[in-house]
Design a protein around this ligand. Sequence first.
Ligand code: FAD
Length: 404
Amino acid sequence: MERPVVVRGCPAYDVIVAGGGPAGCTAATLLAMYGHRVLLLEKARHPRFHIGESMLPYAEPVIRRLGLDWGEGNVFKAGAVFIDEVSDQAMFFQLSGVHRAYQVERSRFDRQLWDNAARHGVDCRDRCPVEAVRFADERVTVATPDGLFDGRYFIDATGRAALLGRRDRCIERIRHLGRFALYTHYASVAGALADELYAQGNIWILMVDLGWMWVIPLAGGKVSVGLVSKYNRPAGTDTADLFRRYVTASPRLRRLLAGARQLLPIQAEANFSYLNHRRDGPRYVSIGDAAGFLDPVFSSGVFLALTGAARVADRIHLGLENGTEGDPELHRPDDRDYALGFNTMYAFVERFYQSDLIHNVFFEAHRDVRIKRAISELLAGNLWQGDNPWQDTLLQGRFALTKP
Ligand SMILES: Cc1cc2nc3c(=O)[nH]c(=O)nc-3n(C[C@H](O)[C@H](O)[C@H](O)COP(=O)(O)OP(=O)(O)OC[C@H]3O[C@@H](n4cnc5c(N)ncnc54)[C@H](O)[C@@H]3O)c2cc1C
């Protein structure tokens, strides 16, 4: 690989982005579209496995700005169905309407975003982890195994690794949501129930005593299945065994997966919800999971990553144009929007775990079409319109994690 040239007095790049996931690729591409010189550094090599496959419709405008068609090769997602097999209750929320959403296989989706960034002129370098970041002399210097890179601005899009947030010890864990997740993919899923799953393209959320399970149809007859527990994992538990027990206990999953082939060993993630309390500062901003992450029950992760990345790209563009990119308050107006989005989703997820939202509200939503519509809008990601009564109800009297 060619060595980076560090030119004193004039940084080689306008913006250096660490992390080539959805957030990093989006910010990098939009900034390159504005005409800035952008370096995108990724630790891994695409295509790489990543969890987080169910998208929200209100992310679609960002995908369009990137010049991509996310309908291509992905499963159309009509909405979400919440199911309790024990009480035999189910409720469908239609999410796609003004905008469309898809179920995506992340290895393919993230690779598309990465290639798209390169096509738009971003200098994309994989297998190049950012090891350290230094801010001095109106420039940012980033250290990697391939050498030092200089830029005018730094974006931390390193996902749950949250490079700056962890370095600066400003990550606060949110403890009272899901505690751990187990998941895998299956292939060769067939039969009447599989046909129904694919025809509708919904995500199924199955309520179980431990927490909940997801079922997501992916292209090519694959299905993603996950189990999220609201309790800590008892020491010595065999996770594969625990996962299999929950799959076998569900009549629906038994039917769906009869004859299917498990593609991956059971994967595990724990303690995933947190907030980064210092998301921006002079010459840097953290986006996507590096800014904060919420339990995935309402599939908000990639949506918040894409919309947040677009917002900061627009603001950094203005900063670079006006020479104000070093202003520590650069992102102040936008962070209010981030906080509103994050707090709304947090209030939703918190009620899911603390107030049995699904049985008390979702399964009763057929009684009032306005409530059902208001919930559907929020679940679709329509968070910044300011006219959703259910959003006001959710936020009222709730402890806001981050100040709006
Ligand atoms: C169990 C579970 C289920 C989920 N389900 C959903 C879902 O259904 N729908 C949804 O929308 N979201 C879901 N999510 C969330 C989703 O995975 C994330 O919100 C999303 O991937 C965030 O995108 P990102 O770009 O911020 O981070 P990532 O996608 O994690 O990308 C970060 C990138 O940074 C790279 N990196 C890390 N450190 C460095 C470094 N030092 N230098 C350079 N590169 C680095 C990583 O290799 C990675 O490629 C789920 C999450 C979990 C844990």
